[in-house]
Design a protein around this ligand. Structure first.
Ligand code: AMP
Length: 220
């Protein structure tokens, strides 16, 4: 099964991609995650992407397209994949269509994560992680049960993403509205779009996704 998760930053795509990919035993591919690793490594890709990412801008298409090309042709994607954060504009979507047809694959479903902007801002600006195990917390919605101690691994080492702050949030949402939202129409026209009410808790969103995916498995 080949899936795209489409939605604004903070809509919960990353969390759901990891959970659903595990359940379906397919590959989660997050361009944001791959780019953040390249930045930590200070590779050529990382160095060139860093300033775009820190200011909330999109990294040039050719950089992310070559990342995706490498991922999709790898053996890890044999069973299928979930694309999280790609495509981000119509040009990237067209490139993806070309790439997939060359390797004899197609997208089965595009899940569109719907959340109001007011919630998105709090989800992004309040988001932080446990540095040891990656558990995700939020200053507005989900603090650790014991102050400054991770619920999962008891570490007291937390961090936030460099681009998760009030300054870049509005820029990221503006870019989302301008260049990513047109993808909703693009995939609607192709009869691939399914909306998900992503305001609900992560557990409820996951239940909904898993139900839809399992039903469509049975139909195929
Ligand atoms: P994300 O983790 O998806 O929020 O992505 C974090 C940042 O990585 C974005 O703000 C962009 O700077 C960059 N990025 C991730 N995916 C893409 C993409 N498909 N096209 C361009 N830039 C991207």
């Amino acid at each position: 099964m080949n899936i795209i998760f489409l939605g604004a930053p903070g809509s919960g795509k990353g969390t759901q991609a990891a959970m659903l990919a595990k359940k379906l035993e397919i590959m989660p591919i997050s361009t944001g995650e791959i780019l953040r690793k390249e930045v930590v490594l200070q590779s050529d890709v990382g160095k060139s992407a860093q300033s775009y990412m820190n200011s909330g801008k999109l990294v040039p298409d050719e950089v992310v397209i070559s990342i995706i090309k490498k991922q999709l042709t790898g053996s890890d994607c044999h069973n299928g994949f979930i694309l999280d954060g790609f495509p981000r504009n119509v040009d990237q979507a067209k490139e993806l269509d070309k790439m997939l047809s060359l390797i004899g694959k197609r997208i089965d479903t595009v899940f569109y994560f719907e959340v109001s902007e007011e919630i998105l801002v709090k989800r992004i600006a309040g988001r932080f992680f446990c540095k040891s195990c990656g558990a995700v917390y939020n200053n507005y919605f989900k603090l650790p049960k014991v102050k400054n101690i991770c619920d999962e691994c008891q570490s007291d080492n937390f961090e936030s993403r460099a681009d998760d702050n009030e300054v870049t949030v509005s820029n990221r949402l503006k870019i989302y509205r301008e260049v990513t939202v047109p993808l909703i129409e693009y995939y609607k026209k192709n009869n691939l779009l399914l909306s998900v009410d992503a305001i609900k808790s992560a557990a409820l969103v996951f239940e909904e996704l898993a139900e839809v995916v399992c039903k469509s498995y049975k139909h195929n």
